[in-house]
Design a protein around this ligand. Structure first.
Ligand code: GLN
Length: 315
């Protein structure tokens, strides 16, 4: 990869950040998980890492935040590695919903009542139930260890305040999970509260932009660590994950993001967005103020601005 590419981006970042940060005023920091509302509304940070470990950062790049829905991409991958494609897709579909990420509408409307995809809450809860392990602790620990490996950061951990806040306020996720239990998607031997606990824990893993830019770079390199050459994720599973990121990664604004930015991405309600330029960059932004679809207002703006300037769209 040419170093000057990253240098040109670096030179443009201060101006882009200044422009985009201003848009955060139109958004709101998520408060349905009370602990999330403590983050600064106008923060905006970005980190881009290339294959040779070149890294550019700007803004509030050290702001810690929890993965929230970004974790769903990687629990999907782990579930695929644990169970294979056939077993996973017997339990979750492959289609976008066009509904909110925590909607239960289609679970009842459409037969069979499996979640439409693994990136909505219902789908991710089912995925949590498919992670290998003899106890919820072991499952949550395997997820954490996997995330530590792919982020190259063995210090990342669950933010226990966010976890407690999420668990205490998760009436909607509980409803989804009990509904899935009732219609047999979560089977008899599955304990609903235990599955939810695994889910809350992986959503509450605290990271910075640098951690998730590294996770994104691994996807950009088809699952093979560009520095060590180690294949960590089978290429096929990366392909599946990136396809879901294009079709469902930005909730029901995925089409708009595909047109405006043109890259696979996944956002979370903490204001993080993980995205990547295939074969080239892992990219992470954080901006806690969200738009009505639940995506970072300033973060989406920043990615649109950079994509237009540097011709990033895959399409
Ligand atoms: N933990 C959050 C929830 O279950 C994740 C949602 C999100 O980031 N969109 O609601």
């Amino acid at each position: 990869m040419k170093l000057e590419d990253l240098q040109a981006i670096n030179a443009f970042l201060p101006e882009a950040l200044h422009m985009c940060r201003a848009t955060a005023v139109s958004g709101e920091v998520a408060s349905y998980i009370p602990e999330l509302s403590k983050k600064p509304k106008e923060a905006l940070g970005i980190c881009i890492i290339d294959r040779s470990n070149g890294c550019v950062t700007a803004g509030d790049v050290d702001l810690p935040f929890t993965l929230q829905s970004i974790s769903k991409v990687f629990t999907l991958i782990l579930a695929l590695m644990d169970n294979g494609e056939e077993a996973v897709f017997a339990k979750v579909g492959k289609e976008p919903t066009g509904d909110d990420f925590n909607s239960m509408l289609k679970l009842e409307l459409v037969e069979p009542g499996i979640p439409f995809n693994p990136l909505i809450n219902a789908g991710a809860i089912v995925i949590s139930s498919l992670i290998a392990g003899n106890s919820p602790q072991e499952k949550a620990d395997r997820i954490l260890q996997f995330f530590r490996k792919i982020s190259h950061n063995h210090a990342i951990h669950v933010d226990m305040d966010v976890y407690a806040s999420e668990s205490a306020s998760a009436h909607r996720n509980r409803s989804l999970a009990y509904f899935l239990k009732d219609n047999g998607v979560l089977t008899d031997e599955v304990d609903v509260e235990e599955v939810l606990d695994v889910y809350f824990r992986h959503c509450s893993i605290e990271v910075t932009c640098k951690d998730i830019a590294r996770m994104a770079l691994l996807l950009a390199c088809d699952g093979t660590d560009p520095v060590t050459g180690e294949n960590i994720i089978p290429r096929r599973y990366v392909q599946i994950a990136k396809t879901f990121m294009i079709t469902c990664g930005m909730y029901n604004a995925s089409g708009e993001f595909a047109i405006g930015v043109g890259l696979p991405a996944k956002s979370g309600v903490s204001g993080g967005i993980l995205t990547l330029l295939p074969g080239r960059y892992g990219i992470a932004v954080v901006g806690p103020a969200l738009n009505s679809k639940g995506n970072s207002v300033a973060g989406v703006h920043l990615l649109e601005t950079l994509s237009a300037k540097f011709n990033w769209s895959m399409f």
